[in-house]
Design a protein around this ligand. Structure first.
Ligand SMILES: [Zn+2]
Length: 324
């Protein structure tokens, strides 16, 4: 568009009715939407039909600002948000800002106010994004692996019916331990490359630990733990060398469980800021924390935040599309 054409275009703006103005604004915002642009690029790069896996896909116009693709193999079409946390989500112009606010640990109410949506919408968006991270894990753990369990107070927040008598606010839970209904056990593990893994356990026993952690570790690695007998099974089945340590014991500079203890400590502090997480939502929050902790969870400079945003966006989009 040359200068005179652009001037003519600008002169037309006052003639638009309110609805047309709104559509024009939405359209302009969507032209430069980083998430939609990224989703379009990812679809082109991986070039796979979401219905039949064929690579015979081509661009096929836009639908509501989202790039549409058409598959020559199965004759079906799909939009670039299909299969991601952004599918069927309105207000794409706010997505990026919302993710940034989440990374800055803003409350749901603050997020809602800043982008002009209701608290219910802000809550739903948060849970959409968190759910996308729930099954997001890095490559398998290898080398020296530290593992330990941690416990969170059981919470039926948000459930319409409690399966136990209601607790008084501030009441004390009984001492935590195996099979205790007041606490939810979470298995956490990480290797020295800061690949983290965690999973909510129904019971702390060898079968559960082997079932969840067994697939996530490379055989013949070294497992450092506090000596809980429940780790024996996984060590036998996966030929792990088991180094048993107590919390304050530093066997030597190489074998310890300080990293996983530090991770758990940050996780607990972060959970406290969430003001009570329902047990049913715990896996989503664990996933979100893993995302935040991808690099060092303590650092929070602007530059660092930018890096994490990119990483988060990458994981969120990639994982959803290809179901890693
Ligand atoms: Zn297809």
């Amino acid at each position: 568009m040359n200068h005179s054409q652009f001037k003519a275009f600008i002169n037309q703006i006052p003639k638009l009715d309110p609805m047309q103005k709104q559509l024009a604004i939405t359209s302009l915002n969507q032209q430069d939407n980083p998430i939609l642009n990224r989703l379009t690029k990812e679809n082109i790069r991986y070039s796979k039909c979401i219905h039949c896996d064929s690579n015979r896909i081509k661009k096929h116009g836009k639908s509501n600002g989202r790039q549409r693709f058409y598959c020559n193999q199965c004759s079906k079409s799909f939009v670039c948000t299909r299969g991601t946390a952004f599918f069927y989500q309105h207000k794409p112009e706010h997505w990026q800002v919302y993710l940034e606010l989440m990374l800055k640990r803003e409350t749901i109410r603050a997020c809602a106010e800043k982008i002009g949506v209701s608290s219910v919408t802000a809550f739903n968006w948060r849970h959409r994004y968190m759910q996308a991270t729930e099954h997001t894990f890095e490559v398998r753990l290898e080398g020296i692996i530290e593992a330990d369990e941690t416990y969170f107070r059981e919470s039926q927040k948000g459930n319409k019916k409690l399966n136990r008598p209601a607790r008084k606010r501030g009441s004390k839970a009984s001492i935590r331990g195996i099979n205790n209904k007041d606490w939810v056990a979470v298995l956490t593990a990480m290797d020295r490359n800061h690949h983290e893994y965690d999973h909510v356990l129904q019971q702390v026993n060898g079968t559960e630990i082997n079932k969840y952690l067994g697939d996530k570790i490379i055989d013949e690695s070294i497992l450092c733990s506090d000596g809980q007998a429940a780790y024996n099974k996984i060590c036998q089945e996966h030929h792990l060398h088991h180094v048993v340590l107590k919390n304050d014991q530093i066997h030597n500079e190489l074998f310890h469980i300080q990293n996983i203890n530090s991770y758990q400590s940050h996780l607990k502090q972060w959970m406290l800021q969430m003001h009570g997480v329902a047990s049913k939502n715990l896996p989503k929050y664990l996933g979100w924390f893993r995302m935040l902790a991808w690099h060092k969870y303590q650092s929070f400079s602007d530059d660092f935040l930018t890096k994490r945003e990119k990483l988060f966006e990458f994981k969120l989009l990639k994982v959803q599309q290809h179901n890693f």
